[in-house]
Design a protein around this ligand. Structure first.
Ligand code: GCO
Ligand code: MG
Length: 402
């Protein structure tokens, strides 16, 4: 069996997606996602100019060998561009293998560990009252777990707050828009939001919060401690994780569960965090961390330390990643939760898929493969549109982590 051709499809049905389609001499094809929000073209070039030429003629059934070829063979290892390109190939190859086996992907991984996959949605508002309403809407939709973010008085466009939309999409401008940040103001306000949420809705639902890399380790420890009475499911990205050791300080001071990983690309980014038990949830995902082949290694390693998965699932992860993630989540023994931000109707139409939402859970389908396809004709109607993620600055103009 041979790979005969491969192509990259860029489409913007409301937001940009980069998709890889690999064709074989047996008529079976596979689909992979390579989207990197705000830096899409870099991965397009990596795939078109440097990966696809090497793939032609290879046996698509040799998933592990092709993964190692692309990882070790580049010499230049890791990083968001390389690992997304590898992920796209890897997912397309798993799709092909599962189609050939006439099985849904989760069966190839080892079969079902659960029926449905608990997901969390994003509730947000410009202030506490609005966020409380938004959380109520998610509860009404059947969600068991909800991430709550609020605008903070005095902070311009605080992270996680949509502009009048239920579904938050941050990449919104042809050049990065400038947002603000003030840790003191956030520390004063965020605990009040959780106090109100627990007062109104009680403790039956899981509540989550994303710090989006904004706090220093000491500030994150302080926030974690202040949030303890509200029993969060997790506090995410409480401090930048380039220095994995930084989480020690946070961990020493709070029992609020910690989650990190959406910007990690390999197991090496999380190795110290996992083996020192500094986190409770690892949030790496299929598209950013080298596909199914590599994410499986991360999850297995995390399982040794009772750390569970909580894959990133924002709208910049295409339905291809979501579909694949659901097969992964259906199998992985140490599953925790799956993030789920709904795609627009236009996006869902471009990527026909067989997963569905029911009572706070997502269910993958039984179609052979990962169950997600791309309608190329429809995709061609939505040309690429430059869209950047925002940047963040402190009041005095200092550049901060967005
Ligand atoms: C999340 C994330 C996203 C990211 C986005 C960047 O937890 O869902 O933090 O909101 O900001 O994926 O493209
Ligand atoms: Mg996040």
């Amino acid at each position: 069996m041979k790979i005969t051709s491969a192509k990259v499809i860029v489409t913007c049905p409301g937001r940009n997606f980069v998709t890889l389609k690999i064709m074989t001499d047996q008529g079976v094809y596979g689909i992979g996602d390579a989207t990197m929000n705000g830096r899409e073209k870099a991965v397009v070039s990596y795939l078109e100019d440097h990966v696809i030429p090497c793939l032609i003629g290879m046996d698509p059934r040799r998933i592990e060998d092709i993964w190692q070829y692309l990882y070790k063979g580049a010499y230049w290892r890791r990083g968001p561009v390389t690992m997304r390109a590898i992920a796209a190939v890897d997912v397309a190859l798993w799709d092909i293998k599962a189609k050939m086996a006439n099985m849904p992907l989760y069966q190839l991984l080892g079969g079902r560990s659960r029926d449905g996959v608990m997901v969390y949605g994003h509730a947000n508002g410009s202030d506490i009252a609005e966020t409380v309403d938004a959380v109520g809407q998610y509860i009404d939709m059947g969600y068991k777990a909800i991430r709550a973010q609020t605008g903070v008085p005095g902070i311009k466009d605080a992270y996680g707050v949509g502009r009048g939309k239920l579904y938050y999409e941050p990449a919104d401008a042809a050049l990065p828009s400038v947002t603000g940040w003030d840790t003191r103001k956030a520390l004063n306000y965020v605990p009040k939001m959780f106090d109100k949420l627990r007062e109104v809705y009680g403790f039956d639902h899981h509540l989550l919060h994303d710090g989006h890399h904004r706090y220093t380790p000491q500030e994150a420890a302080n926030l974690g401690k202040m949030l303890e009475p509200y029993q969060l499911f997790w506090l995410e990205d409480c401090t930048p994780a380039e220095n994995q050791e930084a989480f020690k300080l946070v961990r020493q001071h709070t029992v609020t569960p910690l989650a990190v990983g959406e910007i990690f690309n390999t197991i090496w980014d999380a190795k110290d965090l996992i083996q020192n038990q500094l986190i409770d949830y690892i949030r790496c995902t299929i598209v950013s961390a080298g596909g199914v082949t590599h994410l499986r290694r991360i999850a297995d390693f995390a399982a040794l330390y009772q750390i569970r998965t909580g894959s990133h699932g924002a709208t910049d992860l295409s339905p291809v990643t979501m579909g694949t993630a659901l097969h992964f989540d259906t199998w992985v023994p140490n599953f925790g939760i799956q993030e789920y931000m709904r795609h627009t109707e236009e996006t869902d139409a471009v990527f026909p898929h067989d997963y569905h939402f029911e009572r706070g859970e997502l269910f993958c389908g039984e179609t052979p493969g990962h169950g997600v396809d791309i309608d190329e004709e429809l995709a061609a109607k939505y040309p690429y549109k430059p869209a950047y993620l925002p940047v963040a600055r402190l009041e005095d103009g200092t550049m901060w982590s967005w």
